[in-house]
Design a protein around this ligand. Structure first.
Ligand code: ADP
Length: 152
């Protein structure tokens, strides 16, 4: 059976921290699906289309990486696309506590799912989409935190 991992997130915007998690996880799976979660009543800072275009640009030519958007429960999407793994990145103990609850609840809803965590590289621990967004909103230069292929 094909080993498919879903990497869900808001990616608002996609950072070098996210890029690194996907690249480092690639040897572990046959396919990684980067899934941009959204809900209709809350717009992101960057439009869904823009986030999608950026992530596709970053992984252009990578046959084992797909980029999609979704609404609703992550486990429902996993069932739909046949993913048995959820990929998440861990930066801090706060990430761990948050992720632990979600992973354990997902496991109850979909017992076949396994959440796989990769620790962030030390040089990416401080990078958060929230702060990158704030820098951009205030007119600063956030290029150091975003993949080179993304041009604002
Ligand atoms: P969410 O809204 O689901 O938290 P994010 O886009 O903020 O979505 O993050 C998606 C995933 O990427 C999460 O597992 C998060 O912990 C991870 N992540 C975010 N920033 C980094 C980083 N700098 N290094 C490694 N992983 C990260």
């Amino acid at each position: 059976m094909e080993k498919i991992a879903l990497f869900p997130g808001s990616f608002d915007p996609f950072t070098i921290g996210h890029e690194s998690i996907v690249s480092r996880a690639l040897p572990l799976f046959d396919k990684i699906i980067v899934a941009i979660g959204y809900n209709t009543d809350k717009d992101g800072f960057f439009s869904l289309d823009r986030r999608m275009t950026w992530i596709k640009m970053v992984f252009k030519g990578e046959k084992n990486i797909e980029v999609i958007k979704y609404r609703g429960l992550t486990v429902d999407l996993c069932r739909k696309v046949n993913a048995r793994f959820i990929l998440r990145g861990l930066r801090t103990s706060a990430d761990f506590e948050y992720e632990r609850a979600i992973a354990q609840m997902n496991k109850v809803m979909y017992p076949e799912i396994e959440t796989v965590f990769l620790l962030t590289l030390p040089e990416h621990t401080h990078i958060t989409s929230t702060v990158v967004r704030e820098i951009i909103r205030l007119g600063g230069d956030a290029h150091a935190f975003m993949p080179e292929k993304i041009k604002l």
